[in-house]
Design a protein around this ligand. Structure first.
Ligand SMILES: Nc1ncnc2c1ncn2[C@@H]1O[C@H](COP(=O)(O)OP(=O)(O)O)[C@@H](O)[C@H]1O
Ligand SMILES: [Mg+2]
Length: 479
């Protein structure tokens, strides 16, 4: 019996099911049965949201059904429920007040939505709340079950990033990932795909900066057979990504004309091959990345404003490594560990400290390469300060290196440092005490010690230590 017949029977014979006087039983039972079957199926995680949408659409004989979360920035504008003759939007209950979700349904021109449809969909919206709840908690469960989650880092910045990725992954919105080169933008895009309901579909990455302008259109949208002599027809990346995620890296490098084409493709979610007639619909989630702030490029007329607004609805910012320094040792160990099959290396305290102080202009990618270098070159099974390249040792090497070489005592070090701070404070002892966090008496002792050993200084001092510094020598002095 067709779904439409079911509906008529249900309407004719109210069965006391949920809904004010309407028999909403058979349709919802059908949806529930499909969800149950999905849950009990072996292997992989069920796409409950997809099952829910498909079954409800079939049961109600409508054209489309969508169940989705609304990103916070759009929530204020949303008024639910809304009903027109051929569409309806209903609020979906959520246990988290920050999350707003809706159930949308629309019909073709040949069918109008009536009160019974609304009653059915209202009941379905309650069920939808449960489905979304399950979808939201799944990535979290995955993250705890699989400690190999590849976005490494424990700083609040990284925790917030992971949370954002998980939240955004359950939606189908276009995502803009911004951040300096090497911060992990592509990794974020892959994570978005891996924990989304598209994870069994393809993840297709295109580096827009690496494709020659004249070939870009064919690369993205495909080309029809024999468009030019000898040209073989092929699918573009949009089509390759059908059912999955399309990652467009370095979108800021697209020419203005390529931007126009991309805008059209994103808006219509349909692509037209070069030399083709008519367009083909594609079902792909688009994630774009840029290492140049697009808003600034829009201001300079280097990036189309309309495309920018289309892309920037949901943004994810990946912070540079120097703004999350506490993650550096964890990442360094993570990269060393990846090669534990080859060698088991640890980091010395000094090397770790130097890594933490370095500025990392190449971000995580630079750290990853450096750890690979260490695996290849380090002599013993611990990475020492001297195993790091000079530019990474940097100030750390300049400051600590000479002291290490001469075997400075703590006292010699302390007095040298105290003398320097004292001079930087313009000879103001009280201020120097505050900066050094020591007592007046201790400062006096340090300064006496420094002055005494001043005349005997045989070792060249690093540049930062202004003239008048002492090298280490033990002979009575500060504590
Ligand atoms: N948080 C992270 N945890 C583990 N590996 C990371 C992390 N961030 C970046 N990486 C690694 O660093 C390298 C550069 O990351 P990538 O995503 O290509 O950067 P971007 O796209 O921003 O230039 C990749 O090998 C990636 O796996
Ligand atoms: Mg990249």
């Amino acid at each position: 019996m067709s779904a439409a017949n079911d509906r008529m029977n249900a309407a004719a014979v109210p069965q006391g099911d949920a809904g004010p006087g309407w028999g909403v039983g058979p349709e919802l039972r059908q949806v529930l049965a499909a969800l149950g079957a999905g849950l009990s199926r072996e292997g992989g995680e069920p796409d409950l949201q997809g099952i829910f949408e498909r079954e409800l659409q079939r049961a109600l004989a409508v054209r489309t059904v969508r169940l989705r979360e609304i990103p916070p920035r759009y929530q204020a504008r949303l008024v639910t429920p809304t009903r027109t003759p051929d569409s309806i939007v209903l609020g979906v209950p959520s246990s988290d007040p920050r999350v707003q979700a809706v159930l949308e349904a629309s019909t073709g021109p040949d069918r109008c939505l009536d009160d019974r449809d609304q009653a059915l969909l209202s009941a379905a919206a309650e069920l939808g709340g449960l489905v979304l709840e399950a979808a939201r908690s799944r990535p979290r469960i995955r993250a705890t079950v699989q400690p190999t989650a590849s976005l490494v880092g424990s700083t609040p910045v990284m925790q917030a990033l992971r949370e954002r990725v998980e939240r955004v992954a359950v939606t189908d919105f276009t995502v803009l990932v911004e951040g300096e080169s090497g911060t992990g933008k592509e990794l974020v895009a892959r994570q978005l795909h891996d924990i989304s309901r598209r994870r069994n579909g393809p993840f297709v990455a295109v580096n827009c900066a690496a494709v020659v302008e004249t070939l870009l259109e064919a690369e993205l949208f495909g080309i029809e057979e024999r468009t030019a002599t000898g040209v073989r027809g092929r699918r573009g990346k949009f089509e390759h990504a059908d059912g999955g995620t399309l990652f467009l890296d370095e979108v800021s490098d697209l020419s203005l004309s390529a931007q126009a084409k991309l805008l059209r493709a994103i808006q219509d979610l349909a692509v037209e091959r070069v030399g083709g007639v008519g367009s083909k619909r594609v079902n792909t989630r688009i994630v774009v990345a840029t290492n140049r702030p697009l808003s600034e490029m829009v201001a300079r007329a280097q990036f189309r404003a309309d495309l920018y607004y289309r892309l920037s609805g949901v943004e994810i910012h990946v912070a540079p490594l120097r703004q999350r320094r506490e993650d550096i040792p964890e990442l360094a160990r993570y990269f060393l560990n990846r090669h534990r099959g080859t060698r088991q290396l640890t980091l010395s305290v000094a090397a770790e400290d130097a890594l933490r102080l370095y500025a990392w202009p190449g971000n995580v990618r630079e750290l990853e390469r450096l750890m690979e270098r260490a695996v290849a070159l380090t002599g013993c099974d611990r990475v020492e300060l001297d195993d790091l390249p000079p530019h990474v040792r940097g100030d750390y090497g300049t400051v600590i290196g000479p002291a290490l070489a001469t075997g400075d005592s703590m006292r010699a070090w302390g007095s040298r440092y105290a003398r320097l701070v004292f001079e930087r404070c313009g000879g103001n002892k009280r201020q120097a005490c505050r900066v050094l966090d020591i007592s007046y008496h201790t400062l006096q002792a340090y300064l006496r010690y420094a002055d005494r050993s001043l005349s005997k200084s045989p070792t060249p001092l690093p540049a930062w230590a202004a003239p008048g510094q002492a090298n280490g020598e033990e002979s009575g002095g500060p504590p």
